[in-house]
Ligand binder design. Structure first.
Ligand code: FAD
Ligand code: DHB
Length: 389
């Protein structure tokens, strides 16, 4: 097979890149290991920055997002029973949108189908070679057959466990990592949201988050030890832990509903530099992971796609390689700021096992400062709504 751009991975990064390139008249092939149903069943992110919404609009996949996405003007932090409102709209003039990653992915698949782009599912044994040649080579197995794809550029959109990052020689990669000793247990349940906006809660028992997908579906999280498994958490145990961690006035209005999904995500900060190796470009989770506390994972994947699609279009249309030469540095500058913000939010809201009283006082002082200082809230809001592209 031949194509201008080979895209490894059909998650949000790979699909969005493919969509934007095809709309610019550039031909792509997406290679995805899992089935489409599997990709669509992974419940992950729920909050889109305004820049991500703009990029989805540019990609022509914002009809359902505009109709069903819920714009939020702000969010709340809580410290035990105290609620701290961060008015994003008043502080930055922008909004975030509640719209699940599953829905973004579904819209992208539908748009790709309508354009007739090539997406191969069930692809195995992907290997990427000849990255220093005008035509790079991707070999793989599909439906039991050995296949070969030649492309001018390869986009590594295959997530943290993919092959793209590992294609870059180990001695040419610099990795930065922080693994947190806790995870997020998340449940999906059919009930009305507890509050109109998201609540990120700090408590002596640890972190909790009250989020939502729509007016009748909520996504709630509690911090749990990294070693716990979902089976350790009955619905009853989950709701008890959750209610203890959110302000009493919210807990009073809580009528627990049975979970319809339950999973645990580990928390990690990770960056691998550089994002470019010859004609290979890393995008999204293949190059970086943030802990979910700042709602940045999916949005960061979208900003990588923003930079890379422009760079690839310039290179493939007019031979202008400045964008692809600058991609790694340009994307990393934004990535590190989202890393810092996600780490700050995580540290401000989670209990670390074995911590001393000082750490808890630092969290409380940070939250008290946020409650009293509009300057501090503006900084938080500016980062949460998304730094400029
Ligand atoms: P992925 O979504 O990981 O997509 C990569 C794709 O590549 C997958 O479909 C995979 O099947 C495919 N693939 C992998 N290896 C290969 C291979 N060798 N060959 C071919 N295809 C391959 N972010 C938030 O903002 N909020 C959250 O609450 C949140 N929760 C999360 C929970 C979990 C368990 C995880 C893992 C992530 C979560 N994230 C969250 C992060 C967010 O979901 C990711 O940042 C986002 O999915 C990144 O998109 P991506 O396309 O780069 O990678
Ligand atoms: C959701 C996840 C997040 O990581 C976050 O910061 C906000 C919302 C969610 O799944 O709804």
């Amino acid at each position: 097979i031949r194509s201008q751009v080979a895209i490894i991975g059909g998650g949000p990064s790979g699909l969005l890149l493919s969509q934007l390139l095809n709309r610019a008249g550039i031909d792509t092939v997406v290679l995805e290991r899992a089935t489409r149903d599997h990709v669509l069943s992974r419940i992950r992110a729920g909050i889109l920055e305004s820049g991500t919404v703009d990029l989805l609009a540019e990609a022509g996949v914002d009809d359902r997002l505009r109709a069903e996405g819920i714009p939020h003007d702000g969010f709340c932090l809580s410290d035990e029973d105290r609620m701290i409102h961060v008015d994003i709209h008043a502080l930055t003039g922008r909004q975030v949108t509640v719209y699940g990653q599953t829905e973004v992915t579904r819209d992208l698949y539908q748009a790709q189908d309508a354009m007739g782009t090539r997406i191969l599912h069930g692809v195995e044994d992907v290997r990427i070679t000849d990255l220093d040649q005008p035509r790079s080579v991707v070999t793989f197995t599909h439906q039991g057959r050995a296949m070969r794809l030649e492309a001018e550029f390869v986009a590594g959109c295959d997530g943290f466990h993919g092959v793209s990052r590992r294609t870059i020689p180990e001695d040419r990669r610099r990795e930065f990592e922080r693994v947190y000793p806790f995870g997020w247990l998340g449940i999906l349940a059919r009930m009305a949201p507890l509050a109109p906006e998201l609540v990120y809660a700090n408590s002596p028992d640890g972190f909790a988050l009250a989020s939502m997908r729509n007016a009748a579906l909520v996504r709630m999280y509690v911090q749990v030890p990294a070693t716990d498994r979902p089976e350790d958490w009955s619905d009853e145990r989950f709701w008890q832990a959750f209610a203890r961690r959110i302000p009493a006035e919210l807990a009073a209005g809580l009528t627990p509903a049975p979970s319809i999904e339950k999973s645990i995500a580990p928390l990690r900060s990770f960056v691998s530099e550089p994002l470019r190796w010859g004609n290979l470009f890393l995008v999204g989770d293949s190059a970086h992971i943030v802990p979910p506390t700042g709602a940045k994972g999916l949005n960061l994947a979208a900003s990588d796609v923003f930079y890379l699609h422009q760079a690839l279009i310039a290179a493939l249309r007019g031979g202008d390689r400045a964008g692809i030469d600058g991609y790694s540095d340009c994307a990393l500058a934004r990535i590190w700021k989202a890393m810092r913000f996600s780490w700050q939010m995580t540290t401000m809201l989670h209990r670390f096992d074995g911590e001393d009283g000082f750490a808890a006082q630092m969290r409380r002082a940070t939250l008290d400062h946020l409650a009293r200082s509009e300057t501090a809230r503006r900084d938080l809001a500016e980062n949460y709504v998304g730094l400029p592209l």
